[in-house]
Write a protein that binds this ligand. Structure first.
Ligand SMILES: [Zn+2]
Ligand SMILES: [Zn+2]
Length: 325
């Protein structure tokens, strides 16, 4: 079936209307040896269920793969080929098991090249359906990134990194020391996103999620810290919690950390207005003695204006930063 394709900014078409979260099972027909893929949808099938109920028909030769089908291998002893022989039963159990035993066994359809490919052909993407894999295969992703990355202008990248750096300095003093043992206890020694067990002694395998990002002036505090695996944290980066966690996860997170759920669920950044802007500014201006002060004041002013914090400034700081009443 021909699908309509849409252009997007990368100039690489994505297949429209593709259920991007869905998974497929793939098998080689045991009769004609052709590769088949079966659309599964958003839920992976259980091994047992596959063995009990599957009737996987080969698109090429119509051979039905099911526990009630006789084995077609002519080099097998006749009584082994009978569907209800112990040999055939074991064969079918393992046949369905290998296609469904874990997420790695499933396949996924690439939104850019429209090929159905094995799990490992897609990079990780937490929260993207049962396989937690990206929408495009790694090959297409390479092409898309080649096109996309230079387009995010240097200027934009620079501005966002400057802003993050300023914000980090502004809130630095309000960061709390996070007790790792307590953190692990609160999160039951597991990655909050993937539920993978974590080992406190393997420091490179886990990370502390700064839940509400410092970019929006939230310090790292006990109620703003979540335990994540390294990979999950790499995916979260400084995104808003609502962009990374599901609703149920946000609710659970608020329960565990005591954080304000209304802040966690917000889809627009809410600047932390509880931060003491004036205190932060004095500190910001006095740290890093050797840096270019004029440039830093310009950058700070930009942040204060864009975060709508002017009203929070003391008259002295307004004057200091050359902001008119
Ligand atoms: Zn076949
Ligand atoms: Zn592809």
């Amino acid at each position: 079936m021909a699908r309509r394709k849409t252009k997007n900014i990368t100039g690489i078409s994505r297949v429209e209307g593709l259920p991007v979260h869905d998974s497929y099972v793939a098998f080689i027909c045991i009769n004609c040896k052709e590769l088949n893929t079966i659309h599964i949808g958003n839920n992976l099938i259980e091994q047992k269920e596959a063995y009990e109920n599957a009737l996987w028909k080969c698109e090429n030769c119509d051979f039905i793969h099911s526990k009630n089908t006789a084995i077609p291998f002519t080099n097998w002893k006749k009584n082994f080929r009978n569907a209800h022989s112990l040999q055939a039963e074991r064969f079918w159990r393992s046949f369905f098991l290998t296609s469904t035993e874990n997420p790695e066994a499933f396949w996924k359809r690439c939104g850019a090249c429209d090929r159905i490919l094995a799990f490992h052909s897609f990079s990780k993407h937490i929260g993207w359906g049962p396989l937690e894999r990206q929408m495009e295969c790694r090959a297409c992703k390479g092409a898309i990134n080649a096109e996309l990355n230079p387009k995010r202008t240097k200027q934009q990248l620079h501005e966002s990194s400057v802003r993050r750096r300023i914000a980090d300095i502004l809130v630095a003093e309000e960061n709390e020391k996070i007790d790792f043992k307590e953190l692990f206890k609160r999160f039951d020694n597991k990655c909050f996103k993937t539920k993978k067990p974590l080992d406190i002694n393997k420091r490179k395998t886990w990370a502390i999620d700064h839940i509400l990002p410092s970019k929006y002036l939230y310090p790292l505090t006990v109620s703003n810290a979540a335990l994540l695996s390294k990979e999950a944290n790499d995916n979260k980066r400084d995104q808003l919690p609502s962009k990374f966690y599901t609703n149920n996860e946000l609710i659970e997170l608020a329960k565990i950390t005591g954080a304000d759920l209304t802040l966690l669920v917000s889809e627009q950044p809410i600047i932390n207005s509880n931060v003491d802007v004036n205190k932060c500014i004095s500190r910001f201006l006095t740290v890093r003695e050797k840096s270019n002060l004029k440039k830093r004041i310009t950058e700070l002013k930009k942040l204060i204006v864009s975060y709508d914090l002017i009203d929070k400034l003391s008259p002295g700081n307004k004057k200091l930063l050359g902001i008119k009443e």
